[in-house]
Design a protein around this ligand. Sequence first.
Ligand SMILES: [Zn+2]
Length: 410
Amino acid sequence: MTWNVVPGTKQEAGNCVVPVSAIYTPIKTFPSMPVLPYAPLRCRNCSSILNPFCVMDFSAKIWICPFCFQRNHFPSHYASISEENLPAELFPQYTTIEYKSPGEAYLHSVLMFVVDISIIEEEMTFLKPALSRAIGLLPDNSLVGLITFGTLVHVHELGFCSVPKTYVFNGSKDVSRNQLLEQMGFFLNKPVTGVIAGARDGFSSDSIARFLRPASDCEFALNSILEELQKDPWPILAGERSRRCTGTAVSVAASLLGAGFAGSGARIMAFVGGPSTEGPGAIVSKNLSEPIRSHKDLDKDSAPHYHKAIKFYEALAKQLVHQGHVLDLFACSVDQVGVAELKVAVERTGGFVLLAESFGHSVFKDSLRRVFQTGDKGLRLSSNCIFEINCSKDVKVQGILGPCASLEKV
Ligand SMILES: [Zn+2]
């Protein structure tokens, strides 16, 4: 924290040159941090968690919440609590504590690979084995899916069928979530009367299982799709850039994950090898006579596609934040790919960006391996982290800095 006392008045707060703030790193490992094998005890009024600053009445088995002064009874499993027999969450030296309740279901990780195929043959030969290696490193129970894109978006079915099947979407148009699901044959379950069917409950789980399969089940299918994968077959006309509908592809991935896994962690990993030229989020037109916007253009606000693309990615960021999903970007190209436009969706969802000149570059290959490696060398990725900050009534949260976004709950 920047200060070890909180200013008592508004004027004092105004006099603080550096605002009162705290740096917090989620899932940071502390060697001595206790992990409690039960759920936290919450105040029944403000849902703050039992902590060493609570006032205790051991004889009456009551604790008083320091945030809202609510009196709370200890539940029966705290019956043996006394001054000499404190649960770990009341030890003053534990300023940070983790809870891991046994009943909580831990979902496996869900990964959607979104792969650019509007790249030259040589780049394809670098990218395919790198992806294949990554798939081999996935934990068996993680779910994985594949979308490829160029002129069109292809969603690959990884089901049981021996004939590979893909669903194709026009890259130049934004596909709405309902259009997408209808076209892909998702069946809407009958909503239970009186209950509003949520995004997740409304769709049959069989539908999504065709596209996202446990890594152990579909490694073979995925590898054979990758092996067969050709660069975008659509011709590139003279004087034109290759067609690449990055925005539509990422949006299709987001809608698909939203239909099946809203509220449980999932990542979209986009592998992009050039500028988006097609559909929403395009950063430059197909016409080669139009140069890609430069820093100067962005500075002078004279990049013609910039604001439209930002608007699109901001909406996508919002959708991903509410679904609890992450966008990671692997941008490997000597040309620009449009990170300036895409980054809003990456930053707000806590994803990462990797920049390299080619999918053959060791920066890309080594980083991709580290993403999936376990142990000390791995990045230990996690997703769907929600910060809940409780304060006493005189203190208000002014904002947050970092790779995150507000859930707009007050
Ligand atoms: Zn309270």
